[in-house]
Design a protein around this ligand. Sequence first.
Ligand code: ADQ
Length: 574
Amino acid sequence: LKGRKMLSLKSPMVVVSNRLPFVLCKDEHGKLHRKQCAGGLVTAVAPVVIQCGGLWVGWPGIHMDDPSQHVPESDPEDNGPSAGLRSDQVVPVHMEEQMFDDFYNGCCNATFWPLFHSMPDRAVFQVDKWEAYSTANALFAHQTVEALKKLKAQEEEGEERIPLVWIHDYHLMLAANHIRQQCEEENLKCKLGFFLHIPFPPWDIFRLFPWDDEVLQGILGCDMIGFHIEDYCRNFLDCCQRRLGFRVDRLHNLVDVAGRTVKVRALPIGIPYKRFEDMANAATRTLQSSLQIILGVDRLDYTKGIINSRILSFEKLLEKHPEHLEKVALLQVAVPSRTDVKEYQQLKEQIDLEVGRINGRFSTLNWSPIRYIYGCISQDDLAAYYSLRTAAIEDRPVLSTTGGTMGKMHASVIEIRISISVEGSLGSYQGESAFHEFRGKIVGGFTALQPRSFICVLFDRDSSVALVTPLRDGMNLVAKEYVACQVDKPGVLILSPFAGAGETMHEALLVNPYELDDVADTLHRALTMPDDEREMRMNHLRKREQTMNLDFWLSNFLKEEKINQKTCVNPSFQ
Ligand code: ADQ
């Protein structure tokens, strides 16, 4: 968070999300500890909650035998974004194990996740799971009202600060109305905002859900509703009009809910751009081979299209363009996700099989076409993968300690299109796009090199290609993180138009993930794209993401909330 200009709020914010910004884990002595979650939401929002003395309501990630047990303070060595959140700023929501399973796996993941991603065939509609969802939402709402009471008790005499309750995502679409109702009973004031991180589906899909009206009414309990893109806003407005018969102002994206005006806004989420850029600059990892890398990074989820639009399209590329054989590799990183769900286990097995089959089909003694990593990796490592560049390596002895010799070597390097920069020593070469790595001791600069030192020269090759081709995705942060990490010679981003990111990242190569031949041809185009076109596209992409970053998203949400406070007609909160 270093160097980040912080937003400051005068009124406190209560964030309500399925999970707290950390999970609780027990050590071998049964003592609870916090384990940070490093997602974008936590990075953006936790510092603001800390600054404004707000509260965070959520599930602690563990079923506690004694729910009255206190949430511990963060460990002293914890420097994550929510480390400063005191335990009295955390309001845990406890649930019986079965109840949580029905709510989270049974309804959120088995019903809303596929349905909202327009995959209704995968969605399961079960009344008992829906009831669990409803009960869980009421529990979250109850804890939120407790949080509001706590804030009210902290108010000083004569002071009135109206807290903003910010509810997140498809897990909590019924919470707002419960909160509203209880606040009226308890004479508590608050503003209610909601942000959906996944797509909102078109009316034709949404109406398949048997209790669709309750979901709409639930979301409309808020004063301000945010989606990633205009399409999702339009879908939501359609549903409000067609299912509930509510009056909708499409020009200003407003819904009239019995005289109360609800604002609907497209607020595309961004990433902590600078953090990723800095991590990429710090990353020294270089793949030591002459292969061009096609990179895929995803949670292992069927919406991401890992089998078809990555692995099978890559196979097609090798079939259609054999000139890439032994020159290109697909590096697919998959984060384990929902591992206790059968569908996800099957997907993993299928990926294992396909990777094995294709590697068996094409591998030679020195080359395998697919490298597949199944696991969670740190953000630093992730940034290193995003900024991977391919290089051939040659060790060169330093012939002399004089600058002249190095100059000569540099000249020969130029001949074969290599540049070397030596940190802090060769002033004129600094800032050149080059790799450097030394074996042997270097003290204080170039002239301190010993004659027997070796300089490891990396022949600069073409950069990577990121293949971000989900079948459907609310936004997709991987596309944005990849762009932020293209600090040197830029790679090429291939993106699905069915990800929210496809709406704004126009300079990416957009490709339909259902057309495997097209994906293969686009891959070929990316791999052979001239440097100037890569640079032009990437420069535009980077500029946009730098501006429309995570803080931009957060401040836009808060700005919209403020306007709404003035305009919305909300008698119970006047
Ligand atoms: P997700 O479905 O989780 O998010 P995405 O936006 O791609 O999808 O974010 C994935 C995150 O996981 C990225 O921040 C990425 O860095 C991280 N990650 C990926 N691979 C990893 C690995 N191997 N190890 C560790 N971390 C890894 C939901 C919606 C999206 C929406 C976001 C934010 O489904 O559409 O963009 O919320 O609103």
